[in-house]
Ligand binder design. Structure first.
Ligand code: NAD
Length: 349
Protein backbone atom coordinates (compact mmCIF):
# COMPACT_ATOMS: atom_id res chain seq x y z
CA UNK A 1 0.00 0.00 0.00
CA UNK A 2 1.27 3.44 -0.94
CA UNK A 3 -1.03 5.43 1.34
CA UNK A 4 0.74 7.42 4.03
CA UNK A 5 -1.16 6.76 7.27
CA UNK A 6 -1.12 9.10 10.23
CA UNK A 7 -2.91 7.95 13.39
CA UNK A 8 -4.65 10.83 15.16
CA UNK A 9 -5.19 10.47 18.90
CA UNK A 10 -8.80 11.45 19.63
CA UNK A 11 -10.26 10.53 22.99
CA UNK A 12 -13.47 8.44 22.95
CA UNK A 13 -12.76 7.21 19.40
CA UNK A 14 -11.28 3.79 18.70
CA UNK A 15 -9.32 4.84 15.68
CA UNK A 16 -8.96 8.01 13.62
CA UNK A 17 -6.54 7.96 10.72
CA UNK A 18 -5.54 10.57 8.14
CA UNK A 19 -4.47 9.00 4.85
CA UNK A 20 -2.64 10.66 1.99
CA UNK A 21 -1.53 9.43 -1.41
CA UNK A 22 0.52 12.05 -3.32
CA UNK A 23 0.26 10.06 -6.56
CA UNK A 24 -3.55 10.26 -6.83
CA UNK A 25 -4.03 13.36 -4.67
CA UNK A 26 -6.07 11.42 -2.11
CA UNK A 27 -6.48 13.14 1.24
CA UNK A 28 -8.94 11.37 3.50
CA UNK A 29 -9.83 10.65 7.09
CA UNK A 30 -11.47 7.49 8.42
CA UNK A 31 -12.95 7.78 11.91
CA UNK A 32 -14.04 4.70 13.81
CA UNK A 33 -16.03 5.75 16.84
CA UNK A 34 -16.81 2.26 18.09
CA UNK A 35 -16.80 -1.37 17.00
CA UNK A 36 -18.20 -2.56 20.36
CA UNK A 37 -21.45 -3.64 18.70
CA UNK A 38 -20.07 -4.66 15.29
CA UNK A 39 -18.03 -3.33 12.36
CA UNK A 40 -18.12 0.45 12.11
CA UNK A 41 -20.37 1.22 9.17
CA UNK A 42 -20.76 4.70 7.72
CA UNK A 43 -20.75 6.53 4.42
CA UNK A 44 -17.97 8.27 2.54
CA UNK A 45 -18.49 12.02 2.19
CA UNK A 46 -16.55 14.08 -0.35
CA UNK A 47 -16.28 17.83 0.16
CA UNK A 48 -13.74 20.58 -0.56
CA UNK A 49 -13.13 21.20 3.15
CA UNK A 50 -11.23 24.44 3.78
CA UNK A 51 -8.79 22.66 6.11
CA UNK A 52 -7.90 19.28 7.56
CA UNK A 53 -9.25 20.48 10.92
CA UNK A 54 -12.63 21.23 9.38
CA UNK A 55 -12.73 17.77 7.78
CA UNK A 56 -11.72 16.16 11.07
CA UNK A 57 -14.46 17.97 12.97
CA UNK A 58 -17.05 16.80 10.44
CA UNK A 59 -15.93 13.17 10.31
CA UNK A 60 -15.81 12.87 14.11
CA UNK A 61 -19.32 14.27 14.50
CA UNK A 62 -20.69 12.01 11.76
CA UNK A 63 -18.92 8.84 13.00
CA UNK A 64 -20.31 9.30 16.50
CA UNK A 65 -23.77 9.90 15.03
CA UNK A 66 -23.55 6.60 13.12
CA UNK A 67 -22.48 4.80 16.28
CA UNK A 68 -25.47 6.09 18.21
CA UNK A 69 -27.90 5.44 15.36
CA UNK A 70 -26.81 1.82 14.91
CA UNK A 71 -26.70 1.22 18.65
CA UNK A 72 -30.26 2.43 19.09
CA UNK A 73 -31.42 0.48 16.04
CA UNK A 74 -29.78 -2.66 17.49
CA UNK A 75 -28.69 -3.64 13.99
CA UNK A 76 -25.30 -5.16 14.78
CA UNK A 77 -23.14 -2.33 13.43
CA UNK A 78 -20.73 -0.07 15.22
CA UNK A 79 -20.20 3.48 13.99
CA UNK A 80 -17.72 5.15 11.68
CA UNK A 81 -17.46 7.53 8.78
CA UNK A 82 -14.97 8.76 6.23
CA UNK A 83 -14.35 12.00 4.42
CA UNK A 84 -12.40 12.63 1.25
CA UNK A 85 -11.02 16.17 1.18
CA UNK A 86 -11.43 17.37 -2.37
CA UNK A 87 -13.57 18.83 -5.10
CA UNK A 88 -16.30 16.35 -6.15
CA UNK A 89 -16.00 17.77 -9.69
CA UNK A 90 -12.44 16.43 -9.86
CA UNK A 91 -13.04 12.75 -9.06
CA UNK A 92 -10.80 10.18 -10.79
CA UNK A 93 -10.96 6.36 -10.75
CA UNK A 94 -7.42 6.29 -9.30
CA UNK A 95 -8.54 8.44 -6.35
CA UNK A 96 -11.22 5.88 -5.42
CA UNK A 97 -8.83 2.94 -5.95
CA UNK A 98 -6.42 4.59 -3.51
CA UNK A 99 -9.28 5.25 -1.09
CA UNK A 100 -10.22 1.55 -1.28
CA UNK A 101 -6.66 0.62 -0.32
CA UNK A 102 -6.95 2.98 2.63
CA UNK A 103 -10.24 1.33 3.71
CA UNK A 104 -8.58 -2.07 3.36
CA UNK A 105 -5.96 -1.09 5.90
CA UNK A 106 -8.68 -1.22 8.60
CA UNK A 107 -9.13 -4.98 8.05
CA UNK A 108 -12.93 -4.82 7.93
CA UNK A 109 -13.31 -2.75 11.11
CA UNK A 110 -14.64 0.06 8.88
CA UNK A 111 -17.34 -0.66 6.25
CA UNK A 112 -17.74 2.10 3.71
CA UNK A 113 -21.01 3.12 2.05
CA UNK A 114 -22.55 6.01 0.13
CA UNK A 115 -22.89 9.54 1.46
CA UNK A 116 -22.77 13.13 0.21
CA UNK A 117 -21.26 13.56 -3.29
CA UNK A 118 -20.54 9.83 -3.65
CA UNK A 119 -22.42 7.80 -6.26
CA UNK A 120 -22.85 4.07 -6.78
CA UNK A 121 -20.36 4.36 -9.66
CA UNK A 122 -17.79 5.79 -7.24
CA UNK A 123 -18.42 2.94 -4.80
CA UNK A 124 -17.83 0.41 -7.58
CA UNK A 125 -14.38 1.96 -8.06
CA UNK A 126 -13.67 1.74 -4.33
CA UNK A 127 -14.66 -1.92 -4.52
CA UNK A 128 -11.85 -2.61 -7.00
CA UNK A 129 -9.35 -2.44 -4.15
CA UNK A 130 -11.40 -3.41 -1.07
CA UNK A 131 -14.34 -5.68 -0.33
CA UNK A 132 -15.36 -3.52 2.63
CA UNK A 133 -18.01 -1.54 0.73
CA UNK A 134 -21.76 -2.04 1.01
CA UNK A 135 -25.00 -0.59 -0.29
CA UNK A 136 -24.03 -0.32 -3.97
CA UNK A 137 -27.37 0.21 -5.71
CA UNK A 138 -27.95 -1.97 -8.75
CA UNK A 139 -25.38 -4.65 -7.81
CA UNK A 140 -26.65 -8.21 -7.29
CA UNK A 141 -27.48 -8.77 -3.61
CA UNK A 142 -27.51 -5.05 -2.91
CA UNK A 143 -29.99 -3.59 -0.42
CA UNK A 144 -30.82 -0.93 -3.05
CA UNK A 145 -32.62 2.34 -2.40
CA UNK A 146 -33.04 2.69 1.38
CA UNK A 147 -35.88 5.25 1.14
CA UNK A 148 -38.90 2.88 1.26
CA UNK A 149 -37.49 1.15 4.33
CA UNK A 150 -36.68 4.49 5.96
CA UNK A 151 -40.25 5.67 5.30
CA UNK A 152 -41.63 2.50 6.86
CA UNK A 153 -39.53 3.08 9.98
CA UNK A 154 -40.76 6.66 10.27
CA UNK A 155 -44.33 5.37 10.00
CA UNK A 156 -43.66 3.07 12.98
CA UNK A 157 -42.21 6.05 14.86
CA UNK A 158 -45.35 8.06 14.00
CA UNK A 159 -47.47 5.26 15.45
CA UNK A 160 -45.54 5.29 18.72
CA UNK A 161 -45.85 9.10 18.76
CA UNK A 162 -49.59 9.02 18.07
CA UNK A 163 -50.02 6.47 20.84
CA UNK A 164 -48.18 8.71 23.30
CA UNK A 165 -50.21 11.83 22.52
CA UNK A 166 -53.54 10.23 21.71
CA UNK A 167 -53.61 6.91 23.58
CA UNK A 168 -53.94 4.82 20.39
CA UNK A 169 -51.34 3.70 17.90
CA UNK A 170 -53.66 4.10 14.92
CA UNK A 171 -53.04 7.05 12.60
CA UNK A 172 -56.72 7.14 11.65
CA UNK A 173 -57.84 10.77 11.91
CA UNK A 174 -54.40 11.98 13.07
CA UNK A 175 -53.50 15.34 11.51
CA UNK A 176 -49.96 15.36 10.12
CA UNK A 177 -48.11 18.31 8.55
CA UNK A 178 -45.35 17.04 6.26
CA UNK A 179 -42.40 19.20 5.17
CA UNK A 180 -40.66 17.60 2.17
CA UNK A 181 -42.19 15.09 -0.24
CA UNK A 182 -39.00 13.52 -1.59
CA UNK A 183 -37.97 9.85 -1.66
CA UNK A 184 -38.87 9.34 2.00
CA UNK A 185 -41.50 12.05 2.56
CA UNK A 186 -43.78 11.11 -0.33
CA UNK A 187 -43.76 7.40 0.53
CA UNK A 188 -44.45 8.31 4.16
CA UNK A 189 -47.35 10.52 3.07
CA UNK A 190 -48.79 7.62 1.05
CA UNK A 191 -48.59 5.21 3.97
CA UNK A 192 -50.00 7.72 6.45
CA UNK A 193 -52.87 8.43 4.04
CA UNK A 194 -53.56 4.68 3.71
CA UNK A 195 -53.64 4.52 7.52
CA UNK A 196 -56.33 7.23 7.62
CA UNK A 197 -54.26 10.29 8.53
CA UNK A 198 -55.23 13.79 7.36
CA UNK A 199 -52.34 15.49 5.61
CA UNK A 200 -50.99 19.03 5.12
CA UNK A 201 -47.98 19.12 2.81
CA UNK A 202 -45.31 21.44 1.50
CA UNK A 203 -42.30 21.10 -0.81
CA UNK A 204 -40.19 23.50 -2.87
CA UNK A 205 -41.11 21.32 -5.84
CA UNK A 206 -44.74 22.20 -6.74
CA UNK A 207 -45.20 19.03 -8.84
CA UNK A 208 -44.98 16.70 -5.82
CA UNK A 209 -47.32 18.89 -3.82
CA UNK A 210 -49.88 18.75 -6.64
CA UNK A 211 -49.51 14.97 -6.78
CA UNK A 212 -50.13 14.66 -3.03
CA UNK A 213 -53.17 16.93 -3.28
CA UNK A 214 -54.59 14.83 -6.09
CA UNK A 215 -53.64 11.33 -4.92
CA UNK A 216 -53.68 11.67 -1.13
CA UNK A 217 -56.31 14.36 -0.55
CA UNK A 218 -53.59 16.44 1.10
CA UNK A 219 -53.99 20.13 1.88
CA UNK A 220 -51.21 22.21 0.21
CA UNK A 221 -49.29 24.66 2.40
CA UNK A 222 -47.00 27.52 1.24
CA UNK A 223 -43.35 27.15 2.34
CA UNK A 224 -42.64 27.92 5.98
CA UNK A 225 -46.33 28.23 6.83
CA UNK A 226 -46.07 24.48 7.45
CA UNK A 227 -44.67 25.33 10.91
CA UNK A 228 -47.92 27.01 11.87
CA UNK A 229 -50.36 24.31 10.75
CA UNK A 230 -52.63 23.32 13.62
CA UNK A 231 -52.09 19.58 13.72
CA UNK A 232 -51.20 16.60 15.89
CA UNK A 233 -47.76 15.86 14.42
CA UNK A 234 -45.32 17.99 12.45
CA UNK A 235 -43.13 15.73 10.28
CA UNK A 236 -39.86 17.21 8.90
CA UNK A 237 -38.64 15.23 5.89
CA UNK A 238 -36.63 17.79 3.94
CA UNK A 239 -33.56 19.19 5.67
CA UNK A 240 -31.78 19.56 9.02
CA UNK A 241 -31.91 22.27 11.72
CA UNK A 242 -35.60 23.00 11.11
CA UNK A 243 -36.30 23.01 14.85
CA UNK A 244 -34.77 26.21 16.17
CA UNK A 245 -35.61 29.15 18.44
CA UNK A 246 -37.65 30.84 15.70
CA UNK A 247 -39.62 27.84 14.35
CA UNK A 248 -40.35 26.17 17.70
CA UNK A 249 -42.26 29.27 18.79
CA UNK A 250 -44.48 28.95 15.71
CA UNK A 251 -45.38 25.25 16.05
CA UNK A 252 -49.05 24.44 16.63
CA UNK A 253 -48.58 20.68 17.01
CA UNK A 254 -48.44 18.23 19.89
CA UNK A 255 -45.45 16.30 18.57
CA UNK A 256 -42.64 16.26 15.99
CA UNK A 257 -41.64 13.07 14.18
CA UNK A 258 -39.94 12.79 10.78
CA UNK A 259 -37.03 11.44 8.75
CA UNK A 260 -34.83 14.51 8.34
CA UNK A 261 -31.36 14.18 9.86
CA UNK A 262 -30.29 16.56 12.65
CA UNK A 263 -33.67 18.25 13.08
CA UNK A 264 -32.64 20.06 16.27
CA UNK A 265 -30.47 23.07 15.41
CA UNK A 266 -28.92 22.83 18.90
CA UNK A 267 -29.47 20.77 22.05
CA UNK A 268 -31.10 23.86 23.57
CA UNK A 269 -33.87 23.42 20.99
CA UNK A 270 -34.55 19.91 22.31
CA UNK A 271 -35.08 21.40 25.77
CA UNK A 272 -37.12 24.25 24.25
CA UNK A 273 -39.54 21.76 22.65
CA UNK A 274 -39.79 19.84 25.91
CA UNK A 275 -40.58 23.02 27.84
CA UNK A 276 -43.29 23.89 25.33
CA UNK A 277 -44.81 20.44 25.96
CA UNK A 278 -44.17 19.29 22.38
CA UNK A 279 -43.16 15.64 22.21
CA UNK A 280 -40.05 15.11 20.06
CA UNK A 281 -39.39 11.70 18.49
CA UNK A 282 -35.57 11.67 18.17
CA UNK A 283 -34.70 11.81 14.47
CA UNK A 284 -32.00 9.17 14.44
CA UNK A 285 -34.29 6.66 16.14
CA UNK A 286 -37.10 7.39 13.66
CA UNK A 287 -35.00 7.34 10.48
CA UNK A 288 -32.87 4.25 11.20
CA UNK A 289 -34.57 2.17 8.48
CA UNK A 290 -31.84 3.10 5.99
CA UNK A 291 -28.97 1.78 8.09
CA UNK A 292 -31.01 -1.28 9.09
CA UNK A 293 -31.58 -1.96 5.37
CA UNK A 294 -27.84 -1.90 4.69
CA UNK A 295 -27.10 -4.15 7.64
CA UNK A 296 -29.49 -6.77 6.26
CA UNK A 297 -27.42 -6.77 3.04
CA UNK A 298 -24.44 -7.77 5.16
CA UNK A 299 -26.03 -11.15 6.00
CA UNK A 300 -27.81 -11.73 2.64
CA UNK A 301 -30.43 -9.16 1.68
CA UNK A 302 -34.19 -9.68 1.82
CA UNK A 303 -36.65 -6.78 2.04
CA UNK A 304 -38.89 -8.85 4.33
CA UNK A 305 -36.05 -9.10 6.85
CA UNK A 306 -35.34 -5.37 6.53
CA UNK A 307 -39.03 -4.55 7.11
CA UNK A 308 -39.26 -6.89 10.10
CA UNK A 309 -36.26 -5.32 11.79
CA UNK A 310 -37.37 -1.80 10.89
CA UNK A 311 -40.77 -2.40 12.52
CA UNK A 312 -38.94 -2.58 15.86
CA UNK A 313 -38.53 1.20 15.67
CA UNK A 314 -42.04 1.36 17.16
CA UNK A 315 -40.82 -0.40 20.32
CA UNK A 316 -37.60 1.63 20.50
CA UNK A 317 -39.59 4.86 20.32
CA UNK A 318 -42.02 3.66 23.01
CA UNK A 319 -39.09 2.81 25.27
CA UNK A 320 -37.58 6.28 24.72
CA UNK A 321 -40.89 7.95 25.61
CA UNK A 322 -41.39 5.69 28.64
CA UNK A 323 -37.97 6.50 30.08
CA UNK A 324 -38.38 10.17 29.22
CA UNK A 325 -41.54 10.27 31.36
CA UNK A 326 -40.01 8.26 34.18
CA UNK A 327 -36.73 10.18 34.33
CA UNK A 328 -38.33 13.54 33.46
CA UNK A 329 -35.72 14.15 30.77
CA UNK A 330 -36.38 15.09 27.10
CA UNK A 331 -36.54 12.15 24.67
CA UNK A 332 -33.49 13.28 22.67
CA UNK A 333 -31.33 12.97 25.80
CA UNK A 334 -32.81 9.55 26.63
CA UNK A 335 -32.08 8.30 23.09
CA UNK A 336 -28.40 9.20 23.54
CA UNK A 337 -28.34 7.50 26.94
CA UNK A 338 -29.77 4.25 25.62
CA UNK A 339 -27.28 4.29 22.73
CA UNK A 340 -24.37 4.97 25.12
CA UNK A 341 -25.46 2.28 27.60
CA UNK A 342 -25.54 -0.32 24.83
CA UNK A 343 -22.12 0.67 23.47
CA UNK A 344 -20.70 0.48 26.99
CA UNK A 345 -22.28 -2.94 27.55
CA UNK A 346 -20.84 -4.07 24.19
CA UNK A 347 -17.36 -2.92 25.21
CA UNK A 348 -17.37 -4.95 28.41
CA UNK A 349 -18.35 -8.20 26.62
P1 NAD B 1 -34.95 13.88 -1.06
O1 NAD B 1 -33.89 14.82 -1.55
O2 NAD B 1 -35.42 12.80 -1.93
O3 NAD B 1 -36.23 14.72 -0.59
C1 NAD B 1 -36.18 15.95 0.07
C2 NAD B 1 -37.41 16.73 -0.37
O4 NAD B 1 -37.46 17.93 0.41
C3 NAD B 1 -37.38 17.14 -1.83
O5 NAD B 1 -38.63 16.84 -2.43
C4 NAD B 1 -37.12 18.65 -1.78
O6 NAD B 1 -37.71 19.33 -2.87
C5 NAD B 1 -37.77 19.01 -0.47
N1 NAD B 1 -37.28 20.24 0.16
C6 NAD B 1 -36.02 20.73 0.20
N2 NAD B 1 -36.00 21.91 0.87
C7 NAD B 1 -37.28 22.14 1.27
C8 NAD B 1 -37.90 23.18 2.01
N3 NAD B 1 -37.21 24.23 2.46
N4 NAD B 1 -39.22 23.08 2.24
C9 NAD B 1 -39.94 22.04 1.79
N5 NAD B 1 -39.41 21.03 1.07
C10 NAD B 1 -38.10 21.09 0.82
O7 NAD B 1 -34.37 13.30 0.33
P2 NAD B 1 -34.89 12.01 1.11
O8 NAD B 1 -34.02 10.87 0.75
O9 NAD B 1 -36.34 11.91 1.02
O10 NAD B 1 -34.47 12.41 2.61
C11 NAD B 1 -35.21 13.36 3.34
C12 NAD B 1 -34.54 13.59 4.68
O11 NAD B 1 -34.44 12.36 5.39
C13 NAD B 1 -33.10 14.13 4.59
O12 NAD B 1 -32.87 14.99 5.68
C14 NAD B 1 -32.27 12.88 4.73
O13 NAD B 1 -30.97 13.17 5.25
C15 NAD B 1 -33.08 12.09 5.72
N6 NAD B 1 -32.86 10.64 5.65
C16 NAD B 1 -33.10 9.96 4.50
C17 NAD B 1 -32.89 8.59 4.45
C18 NAD B 1 -33.16 7.80 3.20
O14 NAD B 1 -33.20 6.56 3.28
N7 NAD B 1 -33.34 8.42 2.06
C19 NAD B 1 -32.43 7.91 5.59
C20 NAD B 1 -32.22 8.63 6.78
C21 NAD B 1 -32.43 10.00 6.79
Amino acid sequence: MNIKREELAVSDYESVVYGEDPKTGLKAIVAIHSTALGPACGGIRMLPYASREEALKDVLRLAKGMSYKSSLAGNGFGGGKSVIIGDPAKKTPELFHAFGEFVNSFDGRYLSAQDMNITSEDLKKVKKTTRHVIGIEGEPGSSGDPSPVTARGVLRALEATAEKINGAKSLDGIRIAIQGLGSVGYRLAEMAHEAGAELWVTDINPAVVEKAVEMLAAEPVEGDEIFEVECDIFSPNAKGAVLNAETIGRLQCQAVCGAANNQLATDADGFRLHERGILYAPDYAANAGGIINIFVEFGGYSQAKAFEHTDRIYHTMREIFRRSDKEKIPPFVIADRIAEERILAGRSK
